[in-house]
Design a protein around this ligand. Structure first.
Ligand code: SAH
Length: 361
């Protein structure tokens, strides 16, 4: 039997592979085809309680209840409404919190016919990488999420919203590549036909730039997409705001990106948040264009969302557009997120910090 992470005794059903559940059933003296029945209830019929699994006898349901949890987390807050970005706050079995964001199709981004519904999942409680602009790491790192806790974010968002998710981005709290084993297990379950059945090409893992882990990801078979949180186009600028750059400076990082692009034959994307007087100069834009062309990457420019307690702010629109133009003139595929007033969209990690503060008071 697997343990999704050291601190929970046993993973919930949603972190398990069919063969592992089969050995569960054998252990409790039941035929192993029951495992498939259980998975159908969870992923096809989206049932959240053993009571509702009517083709499993009452005695068995009670046994299962004792044996393995169906869920280990509870949705405590939903912010936002239909047609807008919604943010879900979950309380985990140990009283910690993580956030998940549901982003409906944006006509501006995908064309009005798009039915893309994206969920942004968290992979850790807190974060150890200490990016200076980010709310997720403000209280440091607490623990990895188990595969079950990652999969459950999706199941619960679907259940709460009544919408079918078809795109997943690992851009919530935490550094997914620092929790690679559990993240890959979750990806496998999300991708599986017996699981959530979402294509690997509809999943994106975002990283602050863990070079060795990028190579490990390149070596596994699924065609997951990779996004790099670049945020600085030279070592000098990047290391001011992202301490991870001292460990893996740009040349080392790009060596691993080349490896990824080569192995996967895929276009990588760069996330670049624009922060006034930090990384928004036109010379940064030119350096960024060079880096993007080097790897054939596309660039997503994101005006910085202010974080309570942090000094940074976004440049004015004129500067944002000028920055974008440098990239476009250099022939780089680039987008600039122009929507305003996305309070709810504001940096991941903030809702959790507020909830923790409220719990403590
Ligand atoms: N640790 C991974 C996954 C988190 S992704 C990574 O760094 O890629 C979350 C994205 O939101 C990252 O690109 C991060 O840099 C960005 N981000 C963090 N704080 C932000 C803020 N205040 N405004 C806009 N984007 C922010």
């Amino acid at each position: 039997m697997t343990q999704a992470h050291a601190s929970t005794p046993v993973s919930a059903v949603t972190g398990m592979l069919p063969e592992e559940l089969e050995s569960d059933f054998i252990t409790i003296g039941e035929p192993k085809y029951r495992a498939r029945q259980l998975l159908e209830w969870v992923y096809d019929k989206r049932v959240a309680r053993y009571d509702e699994m009517t083709n499993l006898g009452k005695g068995l349901r009670e046994k299962l209840q004792q044996w393995r949890a169906l869920t280990t987390m509870e949705c405590v807050t939903v912010q936002g409404s239909r047609d807008t970005t919604r943010k879900f706050l979950f309380r985990l079995y140990d009283g910690r919190y993580v956030e998940t964001v549901l982003i409906p199709a944006s006509p501006a981004l995908y064309g009005s016919a798009s039915d893309r519904r994206t969920v942004c999942v968290s992979s850790q409680v807190g974060c150890a990488y200490d990016c200076k602009f980010c709310a997720s790491g403000l209280n440091g790192f607490t623990r990895n999420l188990g595969a079950d806790e990652i999969v459950e974010q999706l199941l619960q968002v679907e259940r709460q919203s009544g919408e079918k998710i078809n795109n997943v981005v690992f851009m919530g709290m935490g550094e997914p590549l620092a929790n690679l084993t559990n993240v890959l297990r979750a990806v496998q379950i999300i991708n599986a036909e017996w699981g959530m059945h979402i294509g690997a090409r509809h999943m994106t893992i975002s990283t602050s730039g863990l070079a060795p882990q990028i190579k490990k990801l390149a070596d596994q078979p699924l065609q997951i997409r990779l996004a790099l949180s670049l945020h600085g186009a030279t070592d000098e600028v990047r290391e001011q705001i992202m301490p991870v750059n001292r460990k893996y400076p740009l040349d080392r990082l790009f060596e691993s990106l080349h490896y990824y692009a080569e192995r996967k034959k895929q276009m990588i994307s760069f996330e670049f948040i624009l922060i006034e007087n930090v990384n928004d100069s036109l010379s940064q834009a030119r350096a960024l264009a060079g880096r993007a062309k080097e790897i054939g990457a596309k660039v997503n420019l994101i005006p910085y969302n202010t974080v309570e307690g942090l000094p940074w702010k976004r440049p004015d629109e004129h500067q944002q557009e000028a920055f974008l133009k440098v990239l476009q003139d250099a022939g780089v595929k680039a987008t600039l997120r122009r929507e305003k007033g996305h309070d709810i969209d504001a940096a991941c990690g903030q809702l959790r910090l507020k909830q923790e503060a409220a719990d403590a008071s």
